[in-house]
Write a protein that binds this ligand. Structure first.
Ligand code: ATP
Length: 335
């Protein structure tokens, strides 16, 4: 079995805690990984004055894969988000966030199984903000045909590969007729080669929000611009038990970076109580990408068995009292 070099980015906040749990579980699953630990986020900013040092980008390019924890982005001030920069620099254009009901947790719906496919490089995340007059700010939403077609094609190919039957484009093209209109048109164009194999439809983002909380089981693959994708994936994570559970992956032409959907959760950082499952599950997505579907499935199975067992340690966000380390060790042991 070949050995993989993987950049390990603990990040900051709860990142080091959940990434350590994920590393432990990935190691327990079998494939040989040579971890290359590196610093990003607040830790790197304090040390080097840069939240995303150039040698980190270089190493991810060389390895092609990273397992990443969250990084804190100062609100309304301070440095540009390391996450946004990472995605742009490495052209990680597709953010994929599977949201699936897990056993053993009381949630309003028993069988949610959807995937958020989010465009990762443009939209209001372009960071083009100006004070045009005192008290008047413009924030520019950038939508391009190239990026919209690229993410739409990705979503249809993803649906084909994973046996999914429907892709729903999410937009607000009744109001943003040009920007969201272009996104929707690109999705329509890219759906054509898949006609008869993957169903295509679309929905307004506000209508989607309502339908997700009243009947989320009707959705399969959701295809969204950057900002809608961010908001909808947090909402979707709430449907299966919270932010601590949902995994994510960022794919580009040359590299892939795997990270849970939650942020750095400063309110609980350093307390050892964060739920490691989203990060551990992201490790499973990484193994799938590296060509180890059995190891990936063994991790997901271990997560499911652990959650299904009321006596197994679980963190407090999902009703338990266990620490991050205890919850991670239980999953590793269940493999
Ligand atoms: P960002 O903008 O960086 O994505 P966010 O605004 O989505 O961050 P989070 O940092 O994800 O916010 O945290 C939101 C809430 O969810 C916080 O109360 C946090 O404690 C909780 N939370 C997030 N991740 C976890 C986790 N792994 N375990 C337990 N609670 C979590």
């Amino acid at each position: 079995m070949s050995r993989h070099r993987v950049v390990l980015l603990p990040g900051d906040g709860i990142g080091p805690e959940v990434v350590e749990a994920a590393r432990r579980v990935v190691d327990a699953s079998g494939p040989e990984i040579e971890w290359v630990p590196m610093e990003i986020g607040a830790v790197a900013f304090e040390k080097y004055g840069d939240a995303l040092p150039a040698d980190v980008l270089k190493e991810i390019r060389a390895c092609g894969v990273a397992l990443k924890g969250p990084t804190t982005t100062p609100i309304a001030t301070g440095h540009v988000s390391a996450n946004v920069r990472l995605r742009k620099e490495l052209m990680l254009f597709a953010n994929v966030r599977p949201v699936k009901t897990v056993p053993g947790l009381e949630t309003p719906y028993g069988n949610v199984d959807l995937v958020v496919v989010r465009e990762n490089t443009e939209d209001l995340y372009a960071g083009l903000e100006n004070e045009v007059a005192p008290g008047v700010i413009t924030s520019i939403k950038v939508i391009t045909e190239t990026a919209s077609r690229r993410i739409a094609k990705f979503a249809f190919e993803y649906a084909m590969r994973w046996g999914r039957h429907r892709v729903t484009a999410v937009h607000k093209a009744n109001i943003m007729k040009k920007a969201d209109g272009l996104f929707l048109e690109c999705c329509r164009q890219e759906s054509l080669p898949f006609e008869g194999r993957v169903r295509f439809d679309d929905i307004l983002v506000d209508a989607l929000a309502m339908k997700l909380v009243t009947n989320p089981t009707q959705f399969d693959v959701l295809l969204l611009e950057n900002l809608y994708g961010d908001i909808v994936s947090d909402l979707a994570a709430g449907l299966i038990g919270g932010l601590g559970l949902a995994p994510g992956a960022n794919y580009g032409p040359d590299c892939a970076v795997f990270e849970a959907i939650h942020g750095s959760a400063p309110d609980i950082a350093g307390k050892g109580i964060a739920n490691p499952i989203g990060q551990v599950w992201s490790g499973a997505l990484m193994l799938e990408f590296l060509g180890h579907p059995k190891a990936a499935a063994s991790i997901v199975g271990a997560i499911e068995r652990t959650l299904a067992d009321p006596k197994a340690p679980r963190t407090r966000d999902i009703g338990g009292t266990a620490s991050t380390t205890e919850a991670g060790k239980a999953i590793a042991a269940a493999i």
